[in-house]
Design a protein around this ligand. Structure first.
Ligand SMILES: *[C@@H]1O[C@H](CO)[C@@H](O)[C@H](O)[C@H]1NC(C)=O
Ligand SMILES: *[C@@H]1O[C@H](CO)[C@@H](O)[C@H](O)[C@H]1NC(C)=O
Ligand SMILES: *[C@@H]1O[C@H](CO)[C@@H](O)[C@H](O)[C@H]1NC(C)=O
Ligand SMILES: *[C@@H]1O[C@H](CO)[C@@H](O)[C@H](O)[C@H]1NC(C)=O
Ligand SMILES: *[C@@H]1O[C@H](CO)[C@@H](O)[C@H](O)[C@H]1NC(C)=O
Length: 494
């Protein structure tokens, strides 16, 4: 019993100690609500998640990074004005819905203003000039944005308006934001790709925006655009001649696109990365769809239900186009057939090969096979030529021409249609006649031309030239195959 009690005590002790420590830390926080530290040469003031709606007294006004996140600020705290050296002001996760205070205009070192996850419902132009480069307005409730909302932000480089309720943008919204490089608009309620006018914008993010429509000239006024993310929208087709002279990366993954044409990407001359994952493609693309995209280096195709029906050579060509080193596809396994059922899970290449060349498993082995067949044919042809030359140099003794004997029972020519061909087994006396015997055999009374099994040479020239080069190229019936194990006897019956 005593041992048990000691164990219980040992078991409870650490818990009690920890509880005490936790309580002591909480006490410290109540005294000193924000912590301050230096990192990378910057003074941080961290007031994250302190339940604050006003800032306490006695803070370090020299702070350069102000973390006021996840509190209850509904207005900008009055003491904020004293922090004139701020580079980063993070007020994300509060309840702000008021215009920026005027003193921020004078904060020349402010680089980043984070107002993500607040209560803004609109963003209006206040006529002031701001110096900051990064503005995060994501996860608010913004519906309205004025055409010139960002015209006082000539240094603005990065703007995040994702997860708001915006359903329309003025094309002129970005015209005055002459430094804007990256614009994030994901998760808004757009139906069209906005036709912004901007000479600086390079990266535009529009995923999850319910976009159904792309216009041919949607991108034409964004003259520096390099990258656009249109993933997870409801786009069913890309208009022919969809054009941008600068675009390099086009993300159209998780849309409803079902087909491409030779004109789809023909006006995107700098296209390098193309993401078409998770669309409705069935028909395997043709390499001609990418004829105008010499810089294409990366293509994503996974999650489409490729139909290999037809088994055309296109399967093989497009497969090679995409996988030829340096491969445009990182995941070759994504080039698989979904239909027809007999090739489900086979790659495009395998489907083509299995249909047309069932015993070659890959293009490589098929090519090897073809090369080997070529070599064998070469060897055979060479040996035939050599043997032909030898045969010319050493003529054979004269030989009888044929094993076919025509027995004409009544001595008159008969049409072949009435002839009966009998196969007679080879016997000793059936051996071919010697040349002398042949000379003594009955003369034929029909012309040689009616006897297709005879050569039309003069008897005196019947050396075995049938294997000379000329004979290989010209078609001529073979007659004197002495290895034949049977003879044909034609009996012409009256
Ligand atoms: C900003 O600075 C200018 C002069 O530097 C001053 O006149 C103006 O009052 C300041 N604005 C605010 C809101 O402090
Ligand atoms: C703003 O704050 C949110 C949430 O704290 C964070 O996810 C985001 O990266 C911040 N934005 C910038 C531009 O730093
Ligand atoms: C696309 O451009 C080509 C050549 O410039 C033109 O012939 C064709 O009509 C255009 N197609 C569309 C749909 O605009
Ligand atoms: C699969 O079936 C199609 C007809 O649907 C046929 O043409 C093709 O040869 C078959 N392929 C293989 C690999 O059996
Ligand atoms: C392919 O292989 C099978 C047995 O594996 C064989 O029966 C068939 O004749 C082969 N076909 C060809 C074209 O070589």
């Amino acid at each position: 019993m005593g041992v048990f009690r000691t164990r219980l005590l040992l078991w409870l002790l650490p818990g009690m100690v920890t509880g005490g420590l936790v309580r002591r830390t909480t006490d410290e926080q109540e005294e000193m609500p924000c912590s301050t530290y230096t990192l990378d040469g910057l003074i941080y003031l961290d007031c994250n998640e302190r339940g604050l709606s006003e800032l306490p007294e006695g803070l370090n006004y020299e702070s350069q990074v102000l973390i006021l996140t996840n509190n209850n600020f509904a207005t900008f705290p009055s003491q904020l004005e004293s922090f004139t050296r701020v580079q980063v002001l993070d007020l994300s996760g509060n309840h702000l819905n008021v215009p920026l205070p005027s003193y921020i205009e004078n904060w020349t070192s402010l680089n980043t203003l984070n107002l993500s996850n607040n209560n803004y419902e609109s963003w209006l132009n206040d006529g002031r000039q701001y110096k900051f480069r990064r503005l995060d307005l994501s996860r608010n409730k913004i519906k309205n944005i004025e055409e010139d909302s960002f015209s006082g932000m000539t240094n603005l480089y990065f703007l995040d308006l994702s997860e708001n309720r915006i359903n329309e943008f003025s094309p002129k919204l970005l015209t005055a934001a002459k430094s804007l490089n990256t614009l994030r608009l994901s998760r808004n309620y757009l139906s069209e790709l906005p036709k912004f006018q901007s000479n600086s914008l390079r990266s535009l993010h529009l995923s999850y925006c319910l976009i159904t429509n792309l216009q041919v000239d949607s991108l034409s006024e964004m003259t520096s655009l390099l990258e656009i993310d249109l993933s997870s929208n409801q786009i069913e087709s890309i208009p022919d001649n969809f054009s941008s002279n600068t675009l390099q990366e086009l993300d159209l993954s998780y849309n409803e696109i079902g087909s491409l044409t030779d004109r789809t990407f023909s006006s995107l001359p700098h296209l390098a990365v193309l993401n078409l994952r998770g669309n409705e493609f069935r028909e395997v693309w043709s390499t001609s769809h990418f004829a105008s995209n010499p810089f294409l280096r990366e293509v994503h195709v996974k999650g489409n239900r490729w139909n290999c029906e037809g088994f055309s050579v296109n399967l093989l060509l497009t497969y090679e186009f995409l996988t030829k080193e340096p491969s445009k596809i990182h995941d070759r396994a994504s080039l698989i057939c979904y239909a027809p059922s007999n090739v489900t899970q086979l790659s495009w290449q395998q489907a083509y090969i299995q249909t047309w060349h069932p015993n070659a498993s890959t293009v490589e082995s098929y090519t090897t096979l073809a090369a080997m067949v070529g070599i064998i044919i070469g060897i055979v042809v060479t040996s035939l030529i050599c043997r032909g030359i030898i045969a010319i140099n050493k003529p054979d003794p004269p030989r009888p021409e044929t094993e076919t004997t025509i027995v004409n029972l009544n001595g008159t020519p008969q049409s072949r249609a009435e002839s009966v061909v009998m196969r007679v087994p080879l016997r000793d006396e059936d051996l071919p006649p010697t040349y002398d015997e042949a000379l003594l055999m009955p003369r034929l009374n029909s012309s040689f031309h009616s006897l297709p099994d005879f050569v039309d040479d003069e008897p005196s020239q019947r050396s075995r030239r049938s294997r000379s080069i000329g004979d290989l190229t010209e078609h001529r019936p073979r007659v004197n195959d002495r290895r034949s194990v049977r003879r044909t006897v034609e009996i012409h019956i009256t």
